[in-house]
Design a protein around this ligand. Structure first.
Ligand code: GDP
Ligand code: MG
Length: 669
């Protein structure tokens, strides 16, 4: 069975192609850096395995994911490479292609996005390109599957197409070729592709260098590198070795394209015209905020709330009555009934009620991603991000964090600079995730009925602003760093397909539903038990339960923030498990028959100002358990993990205090 590696620049359609060729589902998004780890899938009809690597611009690793790819090529065995090339960006894409060809394994090129290229007036002579590169080239549209059957036959060896015998080798000029020969002569026989290693070494590939140092004396290597660089500098007017190699490649690409690419003039395209507005220096951010505002309007007021009411009606109406009937029928004890209704129905049902809102928001985010607007947001934010020591690329993990902080933190792997990556990881938990949305939903429905969208937007923006301010603070104190360069790419706008949207919405939202069925289910039972039992025995008044005792201790500390009750304290402690649990706990504590009743009760326990302060605290106070786990895993440091927990507690306390203080001074209470 053959193993085929899928390699290509970010955002060229690798995952789309992977899904089509293997019939599986992988996250597809219209921006760079969506796939951060390699994925393996069976080719359709079981003819081999396809391995999806993270996107990479060059084999010379800059970022963590490029390193994954470099290491993979170096250490793993596979049979051939399927290189995805974006036809509309072919010039830049071929840079990687040349390096893959040099590697020496058979390469098939999937020339993707030919539809986009055509729209842009780019015409590619495929046969000529294949001849020049000495390797098969198959035009495809991975999004619709066009050409993919031909490609599948080609890579599984059923059709040889125009498979070529010789491999394409670019000559780097006499000087370098001599150096390569000298270096390859030193390499032991087991090295798979000596020339590729030599070129990569000279280009400065640190993974290759480390591999060579295992077999060749590192002093010699150092000296060899320096003397080669010296002679290149002398011969080519001070050019650095790595730069010389890159220039050679790009010159060669230009030569190739001159022979097989024609560009026809086109009208100024729609994408560009839209971009002039939405990435405008002054309008960019207001337009983005406007979009978010509309998104929340839709999520809460226009569409989400009515749907939520329906779900609420079903859970606390038909489902509750049905269950009651069933329990009475089997003669369940009142203890069992209490667990089920006061524990599970309150805890799990109280959270499930917000499923419609969450799915609507995810649908909108998926739309923003797949249409290409997300990349514009990153580019608009780039200026702001740079000012605080990050770059636009870091905004993408942050935005992913709106869904759930866990994948957001994982996505930080695409950031090259280790310190920027660390900074992004520890700030990601400040992004308001979907779990917190259920808390806001509950509270804005009570206290801010007429401007729900605005209040929720303010919390999201608060998270972003605090993250940016802290980025500035941390990057100028504990995380001093060199700045890195980043050019955000703007992919063309696309009308997203329903199928993709539905899938990616589901992928994002299913975690929420699953959590409700497992984690929150278990949590609700435990919390109910804690509210049922106390130091005085079972079935104690709620005020004397263990839950009240634990919550009371915390509640005391929270008094200055305006919500110093044991109920709030208990909700916050349990909320560390997962932030939806705050809602579950509230439901259990106030033992309300449905969401409307709970909202009625809460209205008596909080004022609007206290509610806002409480929501801000929920947003900021501590990353949830799963997030803490992933921070630990990604930073590989207990110290930074503790740091994330502690700084967020401090910030939450400070902000909530500021909110009530200022609020009171303004006459709210
Ligand atoms: P990856 O980053 O290389 O894995 O790329 P993805 O598979 O995530 O795709 C990036 C974006 O390009 C998505 O929005 C896809 O729907 C879109 N896309 C992929 N292939 C094509 C294609 O052939 N034509 C067009 N128009 N869009 C495509
Ligand atoms: Mg991908």
């Amino acid at each position: 069975m053959s193993e085929i590696v899928l390699a290509g620049n970010p955002n060229t359609g690798k995952s789309s192609l992977f899904n089509i060729l293997t019939g599986s589902y992988e996250y597809v998004g219209n921006w760079a850096g969506v796939t951060v780890e390699k994925k393996v899938g069976q080719l359709k009809a079981g003819k081999g395995q396809l391995i999806d690597l993270p996107g990479l611009y060059s084999l010379n690793p800059l970022s963590h994911d490029e390193e994954v790819a470099s290491r993979f090529l170096l250490n793993e065995s596979f049979d051939s490479i399927l290189n995805v090339v974006d036809a509309s960006q072919i010039e830049r894409n071929l840079n990687l292609t040349l390096q893959l060809l040099e590697y020496g394994k058979p390469v098939v090129i999937a020339l993707n996005m030919v539809d986009v290229a055509k729209q842009q007036g780019i015409e590619i002579d495929i046969e000529r390109l294949s001849e020049l590169l000495k390797t098969p080239v198959v035009p495809v549209v991975a999004r619709s599957g066009k050409g993919c059957d031909v490609l599948l036959r080609m890579i599984t060896g059923e059709s040889s197409g125009n498979a070529c015998e010789k491999t394409h080798m670019l000559s780097y000029g006499e000087l370098l070729e001599k150096a390569c020969t000298e270096l390859t002569a030193k390499m032991p026989d087991h090295i798979v592709s000596p020339r590729w290693m030599a070129v990569q070494f000279l280009e400065g590939n640190s993974v290759v260098r480390a591999a060579l140092e295992k077999v060749i004396d590192s002093k010699w290597l150092n000296q060899f590198y320096q003397s080669t660089e010296q002679s290149v500098m002398e011969a080519y007017g001070g050019k650095k070795l790595s730069q010389y190699i890159r220039n050679k490649r790009s010159d060669h690409i230009k030569e190739i394209l001159a022979q097989c690419l024609t560009r026809t003039e086109r009208r100024s395209n729609l994408s560009e015209r839209i971009d002039r507005v939405v990435t405008n220096k002054y309008l960019g951010i207001p337009i983005f905020l406007m979009f978010m505002y509309l998104a929340f309007k839709l999520t809460f007021e226009w569409l989400g709330n009515p749907l939520s009411d329906l779900v609420d009606g079903f859970i606390n109406g038909a489902l509750r009555n049905g269950t009651e009937w069933l329990l009475n029928g089997v003669g369940a004890t009142s203890f069992i009934k209490a667990i089920i209704f006061d524990g599970i129905f309150a805890g799990v049902g109280g959270v499930l009620v917000f499923v419609p809102q969450i799915f609507i928001l995810f649908l909108i985010i998926s739309f923003i991603e797949d249409s290409g607007y997300m990349a514009r947001i990153a580019s608009v934010m780039d200026r702001l991000m740079e000012a605080v020591g990050l770059n636009g690329k870091a905004f993408i993990p942050l935005i992913i964090g709106f869904g759930c902080n866990v994948p957001g933190i994982m996505a930080a792997r695409t950031i090259e600079q280790p310190k920027e990556r660390l900074l992004t990881i520890i700030l990601s938990p400040l992004m308001s995730c979907s779990a917190r949305l259920s808390v806001y939903s509950l509270f804005v429905g009570i206290f801010f009925k007429s401007n729900q969208a605005l209040i929720v937007l303010s919390l999201y923006v608060m998270g972003i602003v605090i993250a940016l301010l802290l980025a500035k603070l941390f990057s100028s104190t504990i995380l001093k760093q060199q700045e890195s360069m980043f050019v955000v790419e703007l992919p063309p706008y696309r009308i997203p397909q329903w199928k993709t949207l539905a899938r990616s919405t589901w992928e994002k939202g299913k975690g929420f539903v699953r959590k409700a069925g497992t984690f929150i289910f278990g949590g609700s039972v435990i919390i109910w038990l804690l509210s049922y039992a106390g130091p005085g025995g079972f079935d104690v008044p709620m005020n004397e339960s263990f839950l009240a005792k634990i919550g009371g201790a915390i509640g005391y500390l929270l008094t200055p923030l305006g919500f110093g009750t044991w109920q709030a304290g208990a909700a916050l402690i349990t909320g560390f498990l997962a932030k939806e649990v705050v809602v579950s706990t509230m439901n259990i504590i106030y033992s309300a028959p449905d969401t409307a009743a709970l909202q009625g009760l809460l209205a008596g326990h909080f004022t609007a100002l206290q509610a806002y302060s409480f929501m801000a605290f929920i947003l900021l106070y501590v990353p949830c358990l799963a997030t803490v786990g992933v921070i630990r895993k990604e930073t590989m440091s207990a110290r930074w993990t503790w740091f994330s927990i502690l700084y967020s507690l401090v910030i939450a306390y400070g902000i909530s205090l500021a909110i009530v203080t200022v609020g009171r001074a303004l006459g709210f209470h």
